[in-house]
Design a protein. Structure first.
Length: 254
């Protein structure tokens, strides 16, 4: 059974456009997600560094009453799921949600996976021991967590405080990634429509320059085979099809 070129060519072009569109969507979605992650980690690092400095200063001037105010101000960001200031015994001193104040740190991590909890505890310990902060993606890249050390108020018999608290911030990246994904889908849809339009244009050109002329040759060949020696292809031009058409007409003349 013959598969007409007038059908085969547009089908192939449409399949090609669909494959290119799907690959573009997958590739650009991955790049957009990575861009969101890089930006979120950079912003979280900057925010935590600034807040760490502010909290250290408040501790030095013994303005502990302002800690909750500073922490609550950061919680205004809708991306911030959890923000905590822990004392040296991992109890919550200040939090974005007042209901968490006084709880143990582990009690606030009830919704985290075991793997993420292990990482957070390890990072908290490292932050206290080495006085270094860190930020990282967790929950398969759907959230970013930051853990930074904060110097707490000194004891009465200390010249310099030996107590180290922890500033903990968990940010949800899902809305940002969803927004980026929708933007990529919109771009991919526009790109796919452009490819479809181009495919249709190529089909139109191929139909005029190739398919229609091939049909003339096929019709002429069929009629010549049935005994109609007056038939001519009528194919004109300067390409290979025109050469075949002239050869056919010359054969018919003989």
């Amino acid at each position: 059974m013959l598969f007409p070129l007038r059908i085969a060519i547009p089908v192939l072009l449409m399949v090609f456009a669909a494959v290119i569109g799907m690959f573009t969507l997958w590739h650009n979605s991955r790049l957009a997600a990575e861009r969101v992650e890089r930006t979120a980690l950079a912003e979280l690092t900057r925010e935590m560094t600034q807040l760490q400095g502010t909290l250290d200063y408040l501790m030095q001037i013994d303005a502990a009453d302002r800690l909750q105010e500073e922490i609550a101000a950061q919680a205004v960001d809708p991306a911030v799921q959890t923000i905590l200031l822990l004392n040296d015994h991992n109890m919550v001193l200040a939090a974005g949600r007042r209901a968490l104040i006084g709880l143990s740190f582990m009690a606030t991590l009830s919704s985290a996976t075991q793997q993420d909890i292990e990482y957070i505890i390890k990072t908290t310990t490292n932050a206290r021991n080495n006085y270094t902060g860190s930020v990282r993606l967790i929950d398969n890249g759907q959230a970013a967590v930051g853990v930074y050390p904060v110097t707490l108020t000194r004891k009465a018999d200390e010249l310099r405080s030996s107590r180290v608290g922890i500033l903990y911030i968990l940010k949800d990246l899902t809305p940002q990634k969803e927004h980026a994904r929708r933007a990529v889908e919109g771009q991919a849809a526009q790109y796919s429509l452009l490819l479809v339009a181009l495919a249709l244009a190529l089909w139109g050109i191929s139909h005029i320059t190739v398919t229609r002329r091939l049909n003339r040759l096929l019709t002429a060949t069929t009629r010549l085979a049935s005994g109609d020696f007056s038939i001519r292809s009528g194919v004109r031009g300067r390409d290979e099809l025109a050469v075949i058409g002239r050869a056919f007409d010359e054969m018919a003349d003989q």
